[in-house]
Unconditional design. Sequence first.
Length: 105
Amino acid sequence: MTVTYRTSFLSSVTLNVTGSCLLRPTSTPTSTPTNTPSAPADLAVAGSCSNVNTSTATFIVTNNGGDMDSPYAYEIKDAQGAVVDTGNFQLQAGGSVVINYSGTS
């Protein structure tokens, strides 16, 4: 899964989040008890220009689903597509992370 977000105020900065969703077992009618799979992560991204004068973009990634099984990588690219920042995050259900980037507009 790849999530891309671009602010309208700072169009030269985008945030890309890449991760994988593991295949979860499905329920099968049987007399053998099975574990109910947990809800997968459901990420939402919001972004804004924190202060146009300092060219700072703020991205908030929120997990509206279940706990993330593993860290997801993100990268921030400039208008030319060059990667200017990278990192990882792993969120529990309902958790969020703030990612800030300061650069030129």
